[in-house]
Design a binder for this molecule. Sequence first.
Ligand code: NAI
Ligand code: CS2
Length: 489
Amino acid sequence: MLSVETLANDVKLPDYDRARLRPRILHIGFGAFHRAHQAVCADRLAREQQSDWGYIECEINLQSTSDLIGALRKQDHLYSVTEMADSGKTSRVIGALCAAIDARTDGIDAVIEAMSQPEIAIVSMTVTEKGYCHHPATGELNLEHPFIQHDLAHPDAPQSLPGVILAAIRRRRDRGLPPFSVMSCDNMPENGHVTRNVVVQLAQAQDAALADYIRQHLTFPSTMVDRIVPAMTQEALDALGEKLGCYDPVAVQCEPFFQWVIEDNFVNGRPAWEKAGAELVQDVLPFEEMKLRMLNGSHSFLAYLGYLAGYQHISDCMADEHFLRAAHTLMLAEQAPTLRTQNVDLNAYADSLIARYKNRAIKHRTWQIASDGTQKLPQRWLDSIRWHLAHQSRFDLLALGVAGWIRYVSGVDEQGAAIEINDPLKETLAQLVSESNDGEARITALLSLQKVFGEDLPANTQFTARVLHFYQQLQQYGAKETVKQVITS
Ligand code: NAI
Ligand code: CS2
């Protein structure tokens, strides 16, 4: 347990009056990223600007097996964040959290009730792409999703993120309380619009007047969020405990880099985030697209091809000059031309991403980034591929990425060992794989997933032929050699 008494001298502590904090933001999804990003920003504001914006942390994921909220409560809602650079590590204890609720132990009504307190002005979330229960290809609510089906039948005891937000909006409206702003901090393009869509569409299916109320009174600002925060392992926690002077089960490690671009559109006030390193803008989309395609797009490429090549971490991929060049070329030759970004030096941005990927102090597993591919591919690769098809330009690395993903979800690595696939459509993927012969039939089967590839891409022979070509190269030469051939040809 984190204990302030035994902490090493070089660990920075919250040196402000924590009792001054008010629970004004409720965050859903107490994952590694939120702990190292938004909570750090609130801590800095409290420390440097005497801000009183504190957090209530909530978990609504009934399938989760971790007890981070329980551990956090035991240590007075304090935990540590350690920034890791090749040049050294710095640790800080974060004090911006006021309370924490876990739906599994406290019940979902405790979460909805906390969201319905008059002081709550913002509800934010990091629940991974799959938490939105939407169709990744279209951004529309998936009405067949089991959680959504449940919530339609039990609107007062919801299980899905849209259902929980909706129940709280209803309760606040019925009590005559002002609405809150809803801010997604997940890696999706127009994440505010996706969140608004799923909440309004669920409301529409239940109560049209409530849907109208949301359209008129709530805002869903979009955000671009960036900081590499790998999942903690037991080994990392143990090693960190030595450095901290006590074992902190809620600890996270991250890179020093931090970026947060926020659409300035809040109905009930907001912290002065701009005083703690965030940028408040009118339109986040160009920033989101740039980050999703150049950073996340190259990350996913390195994840699938790197995993197949036997590289455990992103920094291991960077030690292979062909993988490094492939990632850099993917960013600049195949992603940058598709962007609407203006006034940003994309060459410098690509260089800075490569420098971040080289950070060996960060152990970011290719396997972790390879998870949930069905939720990530559309915004990271497929929209860019559509752009290239429309402009008749080359997209070899993107096509190789898709071939690598198909090879990866086939479930067997290049040494014949099983790959542990982590994806909400895992069963569907396994079925498509088992019912198709390896080769062209496998490509056709997986690209037929309309939820991911839409109707247009599977019907485009230029696209399917390119993917098939690289799939065959991967079968024949393996990932390491194929990346080398593509980048040196
Ligand atoms: P994590 O695995 O530590 O946390 C995931 C969180 O999502 C947990 O709180 C979990 O309970 C919740 N969750 C998962 N499925 C859910 C569902 N169906 N309904 C409600 N909650 C659900 O992952 P981490 O690192 O915190 O990343 C979370 C998200 O944050 C990513 O998917 C991404 O969108 C965003 N992000 C992550 C970055 C990173 O480097 N880790 C950087 C930038 C953004
Ligand atoms: C990664 C991201 O897990 C993934 O899919 O690409 O979480 C990435 O680390 C962040 O977006 C960096 O900000």
